[in-house]
Design a binder for this molecule. Structure first.
Ligand code: ZN
Length: 364
C-alpha cells in the first residue's frame, strides 16, 4: 500500500531521482516493520541428574546403600571368647570390634554393628560395668546375657540401652551343638525388635555421635613398620595370647589386614571359616584391676581419662593416645598433637589392656 501511494506522488515531482531513492528507502522500511515470526528460545538439552555421592559409614568407610541405615543406633554385642565359644558368629559384619578382659584372664569381644545386620551373632555372654562405658560412648544398644551386680546397678543409674537376654528371651536362642553357657545366639533383627519392645530410641543423631577414629588415608610410608602385634593378657593362669599379623592384599582385595590368632591358633569366623582380623588394630592401655575379695575373681577398670595407645594400621605403626572424659562420653583416639586419629577404611579392632600388659611389635 505504501509503495503504490509513493509511486503516485513520484509522477508529480520534478526530481524523480530523489523520489526514487525515497521509494526504495520506504519499501525497505516497510519490510523491516512487518511483524517478524516469534522465535521461542529452545531449551538447552536437560542435564542428566547428578547421582548423589555415595553415603559412607563414618567408622569403617563402607558404602552404605540406604542412607537411613546410617542413622540406625549402633548395636554392641558382648561375645564370649572362652575356647569353648570359638569360633564366634557375626564379627566380620562389625565396623568396630572391642576386646578386653573378663575374669579368669579370658577376654570378651564386643563387635559394634552400625549398618550391617548379621542373622547370627554369638555366643553372647554377660556384662561387666566397664563394658557399659564402651556402649555408652557410642550411644549404642548393648546386648548381653545377664550381668554382674555392679553392672546391674549401672544399667539402671546410667540409663544404658540394655537388651538383656534374661528378659528378652524370645530374642535369643540356644544352639544344641554347643554346651551352655557358650551357646546363646541372636541376630541384628531380633535385637532391634527387642529395642522396639523396650521403647528405646531406635535412631541416633549421626552428627552428635563420635566414633573412636575418623576414616582417612592410609598411614604415611615413612612410619615404622608394624608387621604385627602380640598381646600377652595378664590375670590369666593358663595364658591368653592374642596375635595380629599383617597379611598384604591378595589378588582382588582392596587392602590387606591383620589376621588374628589366639594362643597360636587362627581365630576363625564360624559362618565363613575365614580368619578374623581387620586393617586397623589399636591397643589402649588403661587401669584394670582385680576386685579385692570378689569370689568370682572379677575385674574392674577405669576407661575414663586418657592413656597411651599403639596402633597398627595398614602395616605401619602409630604412637597414639586415647581419651574419654566421662563414662558416657565418646572414646577417642588422638595423635601426639591431640588431633583425632584418621585410619584408612576397613574394620578396626580396639583392644583395651591393663597398663602392665606386655605388647610386642612383631618382627617381619
Ligand atoms: Zn561401618
Amino acid at each position: 500500500m505504501e509503495a503504490i501511494f509513493l509511486s503516485a506522488r513520484v509522477r508529480r515531482h520534478p526530481d524523480r531521482h530523489v523520489f526514487l531513492v525515497l521509494v526504495v528507502l520506504m519499501s525497505v522500511a516497510a519490510v523491516a516493520c512487518r511483524p517478524q515470526p516469534v522465535v521461542t528460545p529452545v531449551d538447552p538439552e536437560p542435564e542428566p541428574p547428578v547421582p548423589p555421592p555415595p553415603v559412607l559409614c563414618g567408622l569403617c568407610g563402607a558404602v552404605v546403600p540406604p542412607e537411613t541405615a546410617l542413622y540406625r543406633r549402633p548395636l554392641l554385642v558382648l561375645l564370649d571368647n572362652h575356647s569353648a565359644a570359638r569360633p564366634q558368629a557375626g564379627i566380620p559384619a562389625a565396623c568396630l570390634v572391642f576386646e578386653t578382659l573378663a575374669e579368669g584372664g579370658i577376654t570378651r569381644l564386643a563387635p559394634v554393628f552400625a549398618h550391617a545386620a548379621p542373622e547370627r551373632i554369638g555366643p553372647v555372654r554377660s556384662a561387666r560395668p566397664y563394658f557399659l562405658d564402651l556402649a555408652l560412648g557410642l550411644d549404642a544398644f548393648i546386648a548381653h546375657a545377664g550381668q554382674s551386680p555392679e553392672a546391674a546397678a549401672d544399667i539402671e543409674n546410667l540409663k544404658v540401652a540394655s537388651l538383656n537376654a534374661f528378659g528378652f528371651d524370645d530374642h535369643y536362642w540356644r544352639e544344641s551343638a554347643r554346651k551352655a553357657p557358650h551357646n546363646l545366639y541372636t541376630s541384628d533383627e531380633r535385637l532391634r525388635a527387642a529395642a522396639v519392645k523396650a521403647r528405646l530410641t531406635l535412631t541416633r543423631d549421626a552428627a552428635a555421635v563420635r566414633w573412636p577414629v575418623d576414616v582417612g588415608a592410609a598411614p604415611a610410608a615413612e612410619l615404622p613398620a608394624a608387621p604385627g602385634l602380640r598381646v600377652v593378657w595378664p590375670f590369666s593362669s593358663t595364658g591368653h595370647v592374642t596375635v595380629f599379623r599383617w597379611r598384604a592384599a591378595a589378588e582382588g582385595e582392596e587392602y590387606g589386614r591383620y589376621e588374628r590368632s589366639v594362643n597360636d591358633k587362627p581365630h576363625l569366623d564360624e559362618e565363613s571359616g575365614e580368619i578374623l582380623g581387620g586393617r586397623n588394630v589399636a591397643v589402649l592401655f588403661a587401669k584394670m584391676w582385680r576386685i579385692a575379695g570378689d569370689p568370682e575373681g572379677r575385674l574392674d577398670a577405669n576407661f575414663t581419662g586418657a592413656g597411651r595407645a599403639i596402633v597398627a594400621s595398614d602395616g605401619r605403626l602409630i604412637e597414639a593416645k586415647w581419651r574419654k572424659s566421662t563414662r558416657a562420653s565418646a572414646l577417642e583416639l588422638v595423635d601426639q598433637n591431640g588431633e583425632r586419629l584418621e585410619l584408612p577404611p576397613g574394620q578396626t579392632w580396639i583392644l583395651i589392656v591393663p597398663e602392665q600388659t606386655v605388647v610386642e611389635v612383631l618382627a617381619p
